[in-house]
Design a protein around this ligand. Structure first.
Ligand code: NAD
Ligand code: DAU
Length: 340
């Protein structure tokens, strides 16, 4: 590992009650107990305080609020040394049905946080996505690199690409100490049941047939959310200011293969699912080249066996019905309306 040059003492984690943000908060609580974390979260349909329950109150403080609220930011930001921005509307299908909240939270929200970081001289780390690079053909030998052109396809990915551009501009124009990470598809516990893997697991638990979009051959590059958290910490503490790091764990798989794995692991026939309407503008394939992260910062994923991570994830949803049950019926009703 390179020399650690930023030791965060008191950070704000926005969106820390969502899937990946809460994993990061739990990961920091476990691995860096000297770092205080203020979680700022608006508790949208995707946020759940239960995700950070049980963490030491002396280390993790929760504030209910919106990242677009600059008065609130003026009250809470002073005294902190970094903002790590996970807060966002995160689901592509929702962005196609109604883009407005994506423009507000993902673009305006990022702008307000950047201004607060500038005013109070904080480090700023933006959690972004590989989707800003658009998609690759199934037979393309290439993967996304920090030099790949921005080519977002959906309202969600366009809003994330816009936010990245703001972050770059605030670094270049105002000298703000920024870093950006663009990560591939995360899986693991606490992911909302609207997303692919939890949706299929909880469908099977409920006796509903899983739903596969299009021809099922779209490829996603899966990474366990704990590996995303360790990478973000490495970038926050050792990454070069103004730079972009791509986070991925060599986890390319077609949706059809992932679904067959889930069905087999849950004791179902491999064809016990329904083909449904494709997502408009559906990206074909994502693939990350994580060389910069590995060579500059010495980062390596720990969860390299996807099948075993998937098994643990299935067990978590089986054991934690109380966590996902409240969101399930409304999520499926929304999908039914969309023909998915
Ligand atoms: P999520 O939808 O599970 O959680 C988002 C959280 O942000 C929720 O707790 C929500 O309440 C909060 N939030 C939303 N708008 C807010 C606002 N205006 N103010 C304050 N809080 C707000 O999302 P996730 O899957 O955990 O994704 C987190 C971040 O990681 C997002 O920025 C997403 O773009 C990015 N990302 C996700 C993935 C993935 O595979 N899920 C991969 C790469 C990057
Ligand atoms: O690549 C990173 C991105 O990964 C993040 O930026 C997003 O926040 C995150 O939601 C995720 O986006 P995807 O659109 O790839 O994830 P989703 O879980 O919605 O879908 C994964 C794949 O599975 C995608 O090809 C669509 C397909 N799918 C999805 C659902 C919900 C199905 O075939 N059936 C389904 O029921």
């Amino acid at each position: 590992m390179g020399t650690e040059r930023f030791t965060p003492g008191n950070i704000i984690v926005t969106g820390g009650c969502g899937f990946i943000g809460s994993n990061f908060v739990r990961w920091v609580a476990k691995n860096h107990p000297q770092t205080h974390v203020t979680v700022l979260d608006a508790l949208t349909y995707a946020g759940n305080v239960a995700n950070i329950v049980g963490l030491p109150k002396s280390q993790v403080e929760f504030i209910h609020g919106n990242i677009c609220d600059s008065d609130l930011l003026d009250r809470i930001v002073p005294g902190h040394d970094a903002i790590v921005n996970y807060a966002a509307e995160s689901h592509n299908d929702n962005s196609i049905a109604d883009p407005e909240p994506f423009i507000q939270s993902n673009i305006v929200g990022t702008y307000r946080l950047l201004e607060a970081a500038r005013k109070y001289d904080l480090h700023y780390h933006q959690i972004s996505t590989d989707e800003v690079y658009g998609d690759l053909a199934l037979d393309d030998p290439g993967r996304f690199t920090p030099q790949s052109p921005y080519r977002p396809s959906s309202p969600y990915s366009a809003s994330k690409a816009s936010a990245d551009m703001l972050v770059r501009a605030w670094h270049r124009t105002y000298g703000l100490k920024t870093t950006i990470s663009n990560c591939s598809n995360n899986y693991g516990p606490y992911q909302h049941v609207e997303k692919f893997i939890p949706r299929q697991i909880t469908n099977i638990l409920d006796g509903i047939r899983p739903k596969l979009y299009g021809d099922g051959l779209n490829v996603r590059d899966w990474i366990h959310t704990e590996d995303h958290s360790s990478a973000v910490w490495a970038i926050l503490t050792e990454g070069r200011i103004g730079e972009t790091y791509l986070i991925g764990a060599n986890g390319e798989r077609s949706n059809l293969d992932v679904l067959r794995d889930i069905l087999r692991m849950m004791g179902q026939p491999e064809d016990a699912f329904d083909w449904v309407r494709d997502r408009p503008g559906h990206d074909r394939r994502y693939a990350i080249d994580p060389t910069r992260l590995e060579t500059e910062l010495g980062w390596k994923p720990q969860h390299t066996d996807f099948e075993s991570g998937l098994k643990q994830t299935i067990k978590w949803y089986t054991d934690n019905e109380g966590w996902w049950r409240p969101a399930k019926a409304a999520t499926e009703a929304k999908y039914k309306e969309q023909g998915q």
